[in-house]
Design a protein around this ligand. Structure first.
Ligand code: IPM
Ligand code: MN
Length: 324
């Protein structure tokens, strides 16, 4: 358990309350990590701490990031380090809700590649601070990395009633990376004849997420497009306060990590204002991953009817629904 910074510990406390009410006894260990810890003693995520984390079945994370820490220190040093070093190559983000202007609910899942793309940190700066400064930031896409992500998305789509998978990229401009993604997608598709497929450019997908979200079942995309698109997914599906995610190592060579899509929201931290539903739904996915599918389904069902109130009121109400 890594509560982290800002609203992170508040929403994780409610998630654990709800898990408990669902009747699952988790053996938890708390790790004090995040921006506040970094400011205190300089630790972001040492290799020794990372090795400790490797022995757990799952990691439940609230949010990390504190004002006063330069951008990138905690993001790269903690969150991305866990994603990369634990090989959490799938970022699974489900969306369900009724979009603004719609009357029919939609339900779809975005599979975001989680270990490659522009996130790897390839590039650098030359002549920094001069008028001739050069900054490059490469996008790294490997056949292996793309294929395992695309195959996971096809397997997921094959397991769902609609059996449909959409590739989102920008093949008309990113002709090298886009070509690798498209060819891989088309080749893996031949192994899944029952799964219908589509392709959208990422800009068009932004329109469809808002205007026609019903067309989607499973969406697969690269790391950066997936980051941006899943904020939009949250915005059209009840808000970022209910958007959950799972950082998965499907090979199970180490723990997977479950976290809300939202950040640490320092502006509302400590005020009992944050909606814990995103953390609760992330914990539900964790339960499913840990083999507690029945409890996971009950937790998800408890969240279907929205609850207004403070962080603790929402947590208490969800726990009461599960107990009753
Ligand atoms: C997310 C977040 C992270 C990301 C940040 C905090 C590094 O925005 O999980 O979507 O960009 O992946
Ligand atoms: Mn994001």
């Amino acid at each position: 358990m890594i509560g982290g910074d800002g609203i992170g510990p508040e929403v994780i406390a409610e998630a654990l309350k709800v898990v408990d009410a669902a009747g699952v006894k988790l053996d938890t260990t708390e790790f004090d990590l995040g921006g506040a810890r970094y400011l205190r003693d300089g630790e972001v995520l040492s290799d020794a701490t990372l090795d400790e984390l490797r022995s757990f079945d799952a990691i439940l994370l609230g949010a990390v990031g504190t004002p006063g820490v330069p951008p990138g220190v905690i993001e790269r040093g903690l969150l991305l380090k866990m994603r990369f070093e634990l090989d959490l190559y799938i970022n699974q983000r489900p969306f369900a809700g009724t979009g603004p202007g719609h009357t029919e609910p939609h339900e779809f899942i975005v599979i975001r590649e989680n270990t490659e793309g522009p996130y790897v940190g390839e590039g650098g700066a030359l002549r920094k601070g001069t008028p001739y400064e050069v900054a490059t930031q490469g996008s790294v896409n490997t056949r292996h990395g793309v294929e395992r992500c695309v195959r996971y998305a096809f397997e997921l789509a094959a397991s769902r009633p609609k059996q449909h998978l959409t590739l989102v990229h920008k093949t008309n401009v990113l002709t090298f990376a886009g070509d690798l993604w498209e060819r891989t997608f088309n080749e893996v598709a031949t192994e899944f004849p029952g799964v219908g497929t589509a392709y959208n450019h990422v800009d068009a997908a932004c329109i469809y997420f808002v205007q026609d979200p019903h067309r989607y079942d499973v969406v697969v995309t690269d790391n950066l497009f997936g980051d941006i698109l899943t904020d939009l997914g949250g915005a059209v599906s009840g808000g970022i306060g209910v958007a959950s995610s799972a950082n998965l190592n499907p090979a199970r060579t180490g723990p997977s990590m479950f976290e809300p899509v939202h950040g640490s929201a320092p502006d509302i931290a400590g005020q009992n204002k944050a909606n814990p539903t995103a953390a609760v739904l992330s914990a539900a996915h964790m339960l499913e991953y840990l083999g507690e599918a029945d409890a996971a389904a009950r937790v998800r069902a408890a969240t279907l009817d929205p609850i207004a109130g403070s962080t603790t009121q929402i947590g208490d109400a969800l726990a009461a629904r599960l107990a009753g």
